[in-house]
Design a protein. Structure first.
Length: 371
């Protein structure tokens, strides 16, 4: 790959026409830049769903503010408008996370927020839509992530969009302050990214990366989930992202088809399955299901892993991490309950028909027995 090649972002400008587009090295850096650009008073409370990656909290803190934790809608796993009403007077800005690619209830959230800025975290939600509008385009600003493991894996990278002209100028100013990586750093990054990419794909993810990572994740940040450096985007990452964007809508449709097949076939199992709400279009970045209890969830996960089927307990540790490190006071009971029972099952566009059936058969076998 040519490290210095000029990147044609025509596809992006067509997709997000009339929006300013800027790039950073990650989604969390993009959030950091947006928060700095809003020029909020120091130590402002930023409303954010507790159910998310703790790197979001780090970005808020590095921007000079404090996360104020909000509960989630138990049906959609996104920010709860009801809890937002309770906390709105304490909040200066709101981060809405379209978790699993599922659009949040933006009408209610915007009504409650009034003139307070709303930032859309679309790390999971590229091409998801709310009432026909692309996620990220509905509020003050939106940002996306395309690091390894995301729907479009480009190594690392983040993208900011806005059509607020004053905010746009501030964003450009803040990005200019970010350091650039050296050529040697970029070469090292390409090698590291390639290694991560291999480990994140079959067969190595299910056979090696997932079991090993589960044992080491509390000791070593293998996938840079928590390490946080604010820089501009590397040219190689931007090239990869733009290249992979071509044909992305087709991949979304395949992933939606796989998801709907699994949801239909698991409807009689007693698991809580996701529903696509009216006037939304979900890209099904991940397929979440809920078991009746934490022990049942853990039992299913372990069984699937013995069958070589990767599954995650996404954000299950976030409430505990937030209590220890970020001042969470325990007032998000729905999030804590769901974090103990939720898991994801494979729905990827790369799955062949027989592989999707294997996932289904393993789930049904486990649910019909004691595994």
């Amino acid at each position: 790959m040519n490290l210095n090649a000029k990147v044609d972002i025509t596809q992006l400008t067509e997709l997000f026409s009339n929006y300013s587009i800027e790039f950073t090295n990650s989604g969390r850096t993009s959030l950091y830049v947006i928060l700095k650009s809003l020029r909020l008073p120091q130590d402002s409370n930023i409303g954010v769903p507790l159910y998310c990656c703790p790197s979001v909290f780090d970005a808020i803190i590095q921007a000079g503010h404090k996360p104020l934790f909000l509960d989630i809608d138990p049906e959609n796993y996104t920010l709860s408008p009801e809890h937002l009403i309770e906390k709105i007077d304490e909040i200066k800005a709101i981060v809405v996370i379209h978790t699993f690619g599922r659009p949040a209830d933006m009408d209610k959230i915007q009504e409650i927020a009034g003139k307070k800025p709303i930032i859309e975290d679309c790390a999971h939600a590229l091409l998801s839509r709310y009432k026909g509008n692309l996620t990220g385009t509905i509020t003050t600003a939106g940002f996306f992530s395309f690091r390894t493991g995301k729907y479009i894996s480009a190594g690392e990278g983040g993208m900011i969009i806005t059509r607020n002209t004053k905010l746009e100028a501030n964003i450009k100013m803040e990005i200019q302050k970010l350091p650039k990586g050296s050529k040697i750093d970029e070469i090292k990054h390409v090698i590291k990214t390639y290694t991560r990419s291999v480990l994140y794909h079959r067969p190595w993810f299910g056979l090696l990366s997932l079991p090993l990572g589960s044992k080491l994740e509390d000791k070593i940040d293998l996938m840079n989930k928590y390490s946080f450096k604010t820089t501009r985007i590397r040219n190689t990452d931007l090239q990869t992202f733009v290249k992979k964007l071509n044909g992305f809508q087709d991949k979304v449709e395949i992933q939606r088809r796989n998801s709907k097949y699994l949801i239909e076939k698991l409807d009689d199992t007693g698991l809580k399955l996701p529903l696509e709400t009216e006037n939304t279009y979900c890209n099904y970045y991940l397929l979440p299901v809920q078991a009746d209890s934490e022990s049942e969830r853990d039992r299913i996960c372990e069984f699937l892993r013995t069958k070589g089927i990767d599954t995650t307990k996404l954000f299950s540790k976030t409430p505990a991490i937030a209590k220890v490190n970020y001042g969470y006071k325990g007032d998000c009971p729905i999030t804590e309950n769901i974090a103990n029972r939720i898991m994801t099952i494979p729905n990827y566009y790369t799955l062949k028909e027989d592989e999707t059936k294997k996932v289904l058969e393993a789930m049904r076998l486990c649910l019909s027995s004691t595994c």
